[in-house]
Design a protein around this ligand. Structure first.
Ligand SMILES: [Zn+2]
Length: 97
């Protein structure tokens, strides 16, 4: 039984190429940070896009204000989840973020 880690346990940093453990959450050389899912900004942006776009599309039907508010809330929630779905995998972000 070898104590050597599996070859897949070391992966290069996608930004600077420094070998990192596959479980590393940040790069010791360039400071890049592994990001799970969307960043806070991406979640907010997705929610805002949904909150604006959904009622804008619905307004074509000339609904009541109450309906528009409900659609905006639905768009807010929908956009939030779209942001999560779009950024479901791990990513590496530069340290400036
Ligand atoms: Zn790096």
């Amino acid at each position: 039984m070898s104590m050597q880690p599996a070859p897949t346990a070391i992966t290069p940093c996608p930004l600077c190429g420094t070998p990192l453990r596959s479980t590393a959450e940040s790069c010791s050389r360039c400071g890049a940070v592994r990001q799970f899912g969307p960043t806070r900004a991406e979640s907010i942006r997705g929610a805002l896009v949904g909150a604006v776009a959904a009622p804008a599309i619905t307004a074509i039907l000339q609904p009541s204000v109450i309906v528009l508010v409900c659609v905006a809330i639905a768009g807010l929630v929908g956009g939030f989840y779209v942001a999560h779905a779009r950024h479901g995998a791990d990513r590496w972000l530069p340290p400036s973020r």
